[in-house]
Ligand binder design. Structure first.
Ligand code: ZN
Ligand code: ZN
Length: 166
């Protein structure tokens, strides 16, 4: 997600360029994959470059109940102003919105941050995910363990249950 903005920095304020996003060559963090589509607009501002990017990413998360890894798709709308390294304080030199000395503007870190911020606090692989059995540790979405029956049902009901099942 890298753009060379040397030319745009020399253009008058208000100049804009639009770029389609290339899913093959996105240069994003491992674990974040770009879906097809999306676009970037770069606008020359008084102080730097205003970057607008809209894209969909796929990323892997772990279900908070059953710990299974599954894929989440997020639609991101990002707007940030980027500044030239020479125009900012030393303090900000390594911020994610810095255009480096080679006039490279890189969205990767911003996209990574928006992706993390966009993930649910308690991700669930399915809304009704059954989670793990607290006794035997089996994934209850896949296995029907008998721990619950063993512990919650009194023996006299157990017989009835068997009858009902038959
Ligand atoms: Zn789950
Ligand atoms: Zn169990």
């Amino acid at each position: 997600m890298i753009f060379n903005v040397s030319q745009l920095l020399n253009d008058p304020i208000g100049s804009a360029r639009q770029y389609p996003l290339d899913a093959e060559d996105s240069g994003l963090d491992s674990g974040i994959a770009l879906r097809a589509g999306g676009s970037t607009t770069l606008l020359r501002t008084h102080q730097g470059i205003w970057g607008t990017i809209s894209l969909s990413v796929d990323t892997q998360v772990s279900c908070s109940r059953c710990l299974n890894i599954y894929s989440v798709c997020l639609d991101l709308e990002i707007e940030e102003e980027f500044f030239r390294k020479s125009d900012i304080d030393e303090y900000d030199e390594f911020a994610e919105t810095v255009i480096d000395d080679d006039n490279i503007l890189d969205f990767s870190e911003i996209i990574r941050q928006y992706t993390i911020a966009g993930l649910p606090m308690k991700p669930l692989c399915e809304l009704d995910c059954m989670g793990l059995c607290q006794l035997c540790g089996e994934n209850l979405n896949k296995v029907d363990c008998i721990c619950a029956q063993r512990n919650n049902i009194e023996p006299r009901w157990s017989n009835l249950l068997h009858l009902a099942q038959d």
